[in-house]
Write a protein that binds this ligand. Structure first.
Ligand code: BES
Ligand code: MN
Ligand code: ZN
Length: 511
């Protein structure tokens, strides 16, 4: 992981591989963003002009490299686009800074040290740049023989992530700046850990392995952890989780991770879908629809990361994470379409499609979470292809049993820079899940499939508990090229929203 420092050093004398500066889209061409005055001065005030000559416009995501001015210790200047220049006296905004820092950090793979001379108005900007650097520098190459053992390792041709980033313009002695850096580090490190879990191949990350990783992390961070294995799940009557895991040689698990603060007044429960591989089961997915299905545990990874981050930040709130882990496979012991499962809540479910498995494992975990009567429950799941069709691959859908709570979750997502959008839970879609045999079927109308899944989950939330459901099927896994601070593969979406929700709950501003 990249090491972050706050520095008051001046750019010219800095020993580094590169100096990163911001360039924005001005009314008459690119403009150099504040923070890079010393760099611009060393170019004789012509940096904007030089960048324009090189074809830079200041657009978001744009990266331009140029030789550093004479007299600089660092050999390279990297200019990153910040998008439109803001109105006078207002800042660039956290998300523009996060994205620019991320794009720069990604380009600087292989470098040992870079200084970031981006515009910093306040502590929130420091945090955003820090997060952007740590998230943008991420790469997953644990399975590549070309991966360098460490930064600067020339023996292999892979590039190690940027080793060190100094944030200029931030104040190393300022309490708020230091706190922002610490928060950014904890959140980004845990988010990157969620990405690692998502990217891990499913032959290595099965439910048992995931549970073991959670146990190790719990020990490290002083969390309480409880793992229900197949025997315990059978004893407890967790028919949903067992039914989904029945076809796999790797049995399912329900992991409960508890972070408790002595000063907590509220309790937030987080529930994550953790299908370590979704083949569809007997309702097998066709080729072309299963290559990325290792990502189907992204919800559980996000919950796991958020609980650990809450502990690292010492938030004054109790946070319980429930990881509903199973592998959805076809076999002679697999659940069949037509089987009826008796769920942990006591409800019976007719399984019409074994590929609608996420709602089954979540239903048991939601009911278990509800038994503790938390102030609110938020579940996170790569639940439906329908949500991807509705919102595309960068935005997650938010459903809830309470409009005000849904709005609060949406605002938290916006605040941290995670694209999300509110979706309804129309009651009329419930009758599509009526079953002639059981209390409910696991499938309903095809149209509005994401909302149907949300309505199913709602039936397993305890009376009177505020609940929101995040369907992250779109943004969980980036099949396209990297952008901003988002890499290819597992993205870690929802982690930052969950951490923000825990902070808001601690402050008494939620639930
Ligand atoms: N894990 C999938 C949803 C998914 C699709 C996630 C694409 C990420 C990318 C889920 O278990 C699933 O298969 N859902 C079905 C439900 C249907 C059978 C009612 C779907 O969306 O097609
Ligand atoms: Mn499925
Ligand atoms: Zn699934």
């Amino acid at each position: 992981m990249t090491a972050l420092t706050l520095s008051t050093a001046a750019a010219p004398g800095l020993r580094a591989d590169a100096i990163v500066v911001g360039v924005a889209k001005g009314a008459n061409g690119p403009v150099v963003a504040p923070g890079a005055e010393a760099v611009d001065k060393a170019y004789g005030g012509s940096l904007a002009g030089v960048l324009e000559t090189l074809g830079a416009a200041g657009a978001e995501g744009e990266v331009t490299k140029l030789p550093a001015p004479a007299g600089f210790k660092a050999p390279l200047v990297v200019a990153v686009g910040l998008g439109a220049e803001p109105e006078k006296d207002s800042g660039y905004g956290a998300e523009a800074l996060r994205k620019a820092a991320g794009a720069a950090a990604r380009t600087l793979a292989g470098a040992k040290k870079a200084a970031f001379a981006l515009p910093v108005l306040d502590a929130s900007d420091v945090g955003a740049i820090g997060e952007g650097v740590l998230l943008g520098a991420y790469s997953f190459d644990a399975y590549k023989n070309t991966a360098p053992a460490k930064s600067g390792d020339k023996a292999k041709n892979g590039k190690a992530p940027l080793a060190e980033a100094a944030l200029l313009g931030a104040k190393p002695r300022d309490k708020e700046h230091k706190a922002a850096l610490e928060r950014a580090t904890a959140v980004a490190e845990e988010l990157n850990r969620a990405r690692d879990l998502i990217n891990m191949p499913p032959n290595d990350l099965n439910p048992e392995a995931f549970a073991a990783i959670a146990q190790t992390a719990a020990k490290e961070h002083g969390l309480k952890v409880q793992v229900l294995d197949v025997k315990a799940l059978e004893k407890g009557g967790y028919g949903g989780i067992l039914g989904v895991g029945a076809g796999s040689a790797s049995g399912p698990r329900l992991v409960k991770l508890s972070y408790t603060s002595g000063k907590a007044k509220k309790h937030l429960a987080l529930v994550g879908k953790g299908i370590t591989y979704d083949s569809g089961g007997i309702s097998l997915k066709p080729a072309g629809h299963n290559e990325t299905m290792k990502c189907d545990m992204s919800g559980a990874a996000a919950v796991f990361a958020a609980v650990v981050a809450a502990a690292r930040l010492g938030l004054e709130v109790n946070v319980t994470g429930w990881l509903a882990l199973a592998e959805n496979m076809p076999s002679g012991s697999a659940t069949r379409p037509g089987d009826v499962l008796r769920m942990y809540s006591g409800k019976t479910v007719e399984v019409l499609n074994t590929d609608a498995e996420g709602r089954l494992v979540l239903a048991d975990a939601l009911w278990a979470a509800s038994e503790e009567k938390p102030d609110a429950i938020v579940d996170v799941a790569t639940l439906t292809g329908a949500m991807m069709l509705a919102l595309g691959s960068r935005t997650f859908g938010i459903m809830a049993n309470d409009d005000a709570f849904r709005t609060a979750v949406h605002e938290a997502a916006e605040e941290v820079g995670e694209p999300a959008w509110p979706m309804p839970l129309p009651e009329h879609l419930r009758k599509g899940m009526d079953s002639p045999t059981a209390d409910i079927a696991n499938m309903g109308e095809r149209m509005g499939g994401g909302l149907v899944a949300g309505l199913f989950l709602k039936e397993f939330v305890g009376e009177g508990i505020a609940w929101a459901h995040l369907d992250i099927a779109g943004p969980a896994y980036n099949e396209g090229g990297p952008f901003g601070y988002t890499p290819k593969g597992g993205t870690g979406t929802a982690v930052r929203t969950l951490v923000r929700l825990a902070e808001l709950t601690a402050a008494g501003d939620l639930g």
